[in-house]
Design a protein around this ligand. Sequence first.
Ligand code: AMP
Ligand code: ZN
Ligand code: FE
Ligand code: FE
Length: 296
Amino acid sequence: MFVDLHTHSTASDGTYSPTKLIRAAKDAGLVGIALTDHDTGNGLKEAAAEAQCVGVRFVPGIEISADYPEPGTLHILGHFIDVDSPALQRMSEILLAARNERNPKIVARLKQLGCSITMAQVEAVARDKVESGKPFVVGRPHIAQALVNAECVASIKQAFEVYLGTTGAAYFPKERLSPRQAIECIHDAGGLATVAHPVQLRCDNPAHLQTVINHLAEAGMDGIEVWHCDHDEKTSELMLHMAKKYNLIPTGGSDFHGHNKADVILGRGRNNVKVPVEVLDRLEAKWKQKRHELFV
Ligand code: AMP
Ligand code: ZN
Ligand code: FE
Ligand code: FE
């Protein structure tokens, strides 16, 4: 029995609606799934309802970016967040304001570089995938798709390589929370915080990685993503070692984005690796234990 604890829907930059995502998880034979959209919990209620309908364990989640030196990125997953918590609402508002400040800068730079797309076109890409009237988050994959539509690039991959990746010509960072703030926000929203795809921290040697993970563990991190589409077997082994060393719960997921990450399969990591349900059991046990501690 297997699970997937890292996925995206149309509420952020995935191409499957929350309902379609849950059905796909069921069809793939998964017994549990977390929806972890960037910066928003807007897809969670729909996903939870569908999961209950089809009989899949559902974990309400989120993924947020925190401050970290480029070209690395520090993404933090929140699992078991309380959808109705004011803390989630506040955090989302801050994060979405940062996106709204950054996206037009990217589009303006693209224009200077000869790629004339508009914010309206980018927003249309994101809006096109959601039911009318529902909120959505605009991210770089939508800008990438708008560039493909305008025939400025041949693929989403090329859009990131040339323009949108951290070393791309139209890259702008967005205002981010500090790691400690991000972890606190997730805790305030009732969730557990884990380091997403730590390979993207781009630590150049194990000693550097240890320093960073140690720092994050001290800042209150609960877990670390061991299995992920960007982790080869050696990387997963290394991250499992980090989990043990710093007493972090190991987690795993595909980082499924539908057609926006065409090579990623729901429920599978790199080399078809699958995440056993016991990983979810452990995460849930930790969450229950922490909640219990809060109330005694
Ligand atoms: P944003 O949240 O707007 O900064 O966009 C981040 C998202 O862009 C990630 O979650 C991925 O879905 C996507 N992304 C980042 N780098 C790449 C890349 N090199 N190729 C394809 N997609 C990427
Ligand atoms: Zn994404
Ligand atoms: Fe991420
Ligand atoms: Fe992700």
